[in-house]
Design a protein around this ligand. Sequence first.
Ligand SMILES: *Cc1c(COP(=O)(O)O)cnc(C)c1O
Length: 376
Amino acid sequence: MGSAAQSSTITIPPDLLPEDGRFGSGPSRVRPEAAAALAAEAENFLGTSHRKATVKDVVGRLREGVAELLSLPDGYEVVLGNGGTTGFWDAAVFGLIEARSQHLSFGAFSAKFAAAVAAAPHLEAPDVISTEPGSHPEAVADPSVDAYALTHNETSTGVCMGLRRPAPEGLVLVDATSAAGGLRFDPAETDVYYFAPQKCLAADGGLWLACCSPAAIERIERMAASDRWIPPSLDLGIALASSRKNETYNTPALATVFLAVHQVEWINGNGGLEWAASRCDQSADIMYSWADRTDYATPFVTDPARRSTVVATIDFDGVSADEVAAVLRVNGIIDVESYRALGRNQLRVALFPAIPPSDVAALCGCIDFVVEGLSP
Ligand SMILES: *Cc1c(COP(=O)(O)O)cnc(C)c1O
């Protein structure tokens, strides 16, 4: 009780506060410039047909902008549809995995895709290679596997992994939901690099985007033409045909499409993925070096090579991270609570490109201020 009363009286001085208090890992900060641009275009754009040029042009800009942002090789195509990443997993269960997949499971999101596959009656039991949260397993070449499921950034734990083809055969499916647009990678090492736009792309949720290699497109077309039953809303063959017309199979959230284009073009206009990744590197450096020199804070991910530069997880010792998060929230700094199921005394902070490094530095100062105020 005492500490609750105490925390409610801690007021962070305005000059310590970040410009913007949103540090959540998804949905994450939408740049005010993007929201203003949407408001300015609202009467011409929102509430108009997604089968007409006004919206189709924006979808086309999104597909082209993503291909440019991620430097997709010739022959790769950007496919999109509704349902976010979770919807895409179900689509992959029907339209990308032929018989058996291998999954690297090292957090809540990678585990969920593995579970969706394991529950599918038309697929063989997947090979699931797990490690404890805080690191990641390595893929193992296996000729009986036709798809490898990797996760570029495990948002629940703040672990990132390098992307390499585990074997010459087998599609490489990469969940890049919190990575796309913030982490470097070689797209030639992937066949399907898929994500939703509410993280690094600083838009809203509900959409999935998938960058598909020629081999992935061949697989999609072959599975769509096979005698496997596929619900139409999860049929990647239909999604591919719609995307090629700059449409989605059914109505998308137009605001999401608009905000995603705005962010992609903002990054491309500033120097592309290298610029965005460098900005995230700078934020990560600020956050982790603060944790290293702070006696009550330690980076959760011990191997610096696996420590994410887009989502930082910081363990607390001798101080309740939940209490710190509660005080920050009262002061307008929100969504830095740890991923619940992980059950650690931890803060989780998004370092996405829309969040300026100066705000990450301000956040560290605010945490110090709060911890000092909470100390007896
Ligand atoms: C957020 C997230 C998801 C879930 O995305 P939805 O669009 O909400 O389905 C999946 N995987 C990762 C790595 C994520 O960060």
